[in-house]
Design a protein around this ligand. Sequence first.
Ligand code: BGC
Length: 763
Amino acid sequence: MRKMYLLGIAISLSSPSGWAQTPPSALPPKDVFVADLLKQMTVDEKIGQLRLISIAPDMPRELIRKEIAAGRIGGTFNSISRAENRPMQDAAMRSRLKIPMFFAYDVIHGHRTIFPISLALASSWDMDAIALSGRVSAKEASADSIDLTFAPMVDIARDPRWGRTSEGFGEDTYLVSRIAKVMVDAYQGTSPALPGNIMASVKHFALYGAVEGGRDYNTVDMSLTRMYQDYLPPYRAAIDAGAGGVMVALNSINGIPATSNMWLMQDLLRKDWGFKGVAISDHGAIIELIKHGVAKDNREAAKLAIKAGIDMSMNDKAYGEELPGLLKSGEVPQSDVDNAVREVLGAKYDMGLFADPYVRIGKAEDDPAELTGESRLHRAEARDVARRSLVLLKNQAQTLPLNKQAHIALVGPLAKAPIDMMGSWAANGQPAQSVTVFDGLRSALGEQGQLTYARGANITDDQKVVDYLNFLNFDAPEVTNDTRPAQVMIDEAVKAAKQADVVVAVVGESRGMSHESSSRTELDIPASQRALIDALKTTGKPLVLVLMNGRPLTIDTQQQQADAVLETWFSGTEGGNAIADVLFGDYNPSGKLPITFPRSVGQIPTYYNHLSIGRPFTPGKPGNYTSQYFDAPNTPLYPFGYGLSYTNFSLSDVKLSSKTLAPGATLTASVTLKNTGQRDGETVVQLYLRDVAASMSRPVKSLKNFEKVMLKAGEQKEVQFILSEDDLKFYNADLKYVAEPGEFDVQIGLDSENVQQNSFQLL
Ligand code: BGC
């Protein structure tokens, strides 16, 4: 066997990769290894490493492999199997320095098995369930040779007009930060170098969820205190958890695009937060600096981005074409490019690719016989996580759970919607493998009861909207309308309803309505479906609304018409089974809203933790000259943290171990939670704090802790939360993270509105 020495490491040339047989421990430490490699690289090879290329199905593979072998591509995304990626890695192993490629993908809420959308995962408030979804996703993606995911997406969203609200974990800084860490840990495991784990690249840095008016890609203008207090902590939490990558946002921040923002990328991310990983631009974001109006051409755009510290250019033209000239002219110093290359190589080292470029690709003989095979799915996990994410919003007169002996009329355009069930960003999810609500009810009933189905309405009859939703899907349009007249469909549904004991209407949005580039000015259920609900109401039959949607909708009228409302979001491959579990009471719902439901678009923003103001609106005592709308109620339709169960819970008063808290000490707040109903069930006990008088106006309440508690019928439990000075800290006007002495209210409840209160003094 011939051996050569490269970078001081013995490499077996008989292996396909050269490095493939080098165990990780044999590599020198990362800094030494990367510095050595960097010294050997030509300028072109360096620039090549900064290019992340999207692999479309129709791209000429031969050409891509040539480019890779010439050292002109650092990584790809959207190629999603070992068989596809192996030849590309082989090409990299033919390149002069054999620097491995990495393969990335948007694994957002599942890879082959699709879990509920992120907003739904957050609704579970169940960190174990959320972690399980991340672990399964990492395992499945890794088994398909994916090294890095563009996730978690932790943009705080307080304006549900924004379609990407569905992709994040809601409106609350604390909850989203907790989940950010859980997700990074789940993806990366003990190390992103190991097979079965993948590297996390947190996005979209920063503040993308605050785009003006909820219009995607728009401007963000925000005070520094709000940024530090409310919007930045989730990214920070992901980075502190060790996320290897950061994806940079498409928006500008106070006039400066994130992609060219020196303060954001250098001062905050690198210097203050000490981020050591790779910073990746969003898709085409570098040349978008021209349209942002901060660069006159591609050359200037590339210069601004590399100077800001964008290491990799996604779907690159700018870096490949412009950096050679910029380096030659001295406009960009070599050190800027070297810094970027160092981060890319460092990330590859951390992904375990220098130790074994085939760590996730494996051997051809071990490739799965059938990529989309049933045996590759994790259905039990998906079903369990999905049912934990469902939120019961209304249940009048115990309409739910349904009786399995009943005659059920199942209606609505989303009752048999396998594509929509997966939600947007469904990675490799196969519609044919997703369980619809119809499938779920059918299999739960078996031989019992009776199930009659009628579509009842199209998702929307607005052809312009249908065309928009199908814009990118020419081959197989996602939204296909039934061509029968609307009234014919409604009549059929009404007939089915009249013959049934109970009506279950599955209504809401198609998945494309809650997606990137899917902002809405209205958040109503589309008109065609509202007409269906109106007609069903006239039958007088008990009406259960099963909502499928990726953002809060304005459903005040429909929730009044309904006897029960179950929010199911888009619940993934096993959604239909999970929904059936809850509808029939085989699982007692325990989800809580991670985002406020407004009554109308005019109320937006409606987030619960707004700052105290001088003339607050006081429910129950409305008066002139207080902050309110006079033409509609001021409270939200459903508050943050809200969700019912089939049992009832009561909470005692809040007991505090002391009325004072000294710096460095702790204080215990406790309540007794009792299951006062007839069924075992779980709920989320939520602790909120209010800083009564501080150097700045502080939120009326902020979530600081929570615990999901399971209690048998009749059982009670004392739930304790330990508070320390850290829980009281905030960013003051000088951006110092401080706790100020004075009074604090402790509010504990089963949602953010109905709370028990006590107070203490920070000394
Ligand atoms: C999105 C990112 C995504 C990227 C790659 C962009 O359009 O904004 O969130 O990771 O595409 O698919």
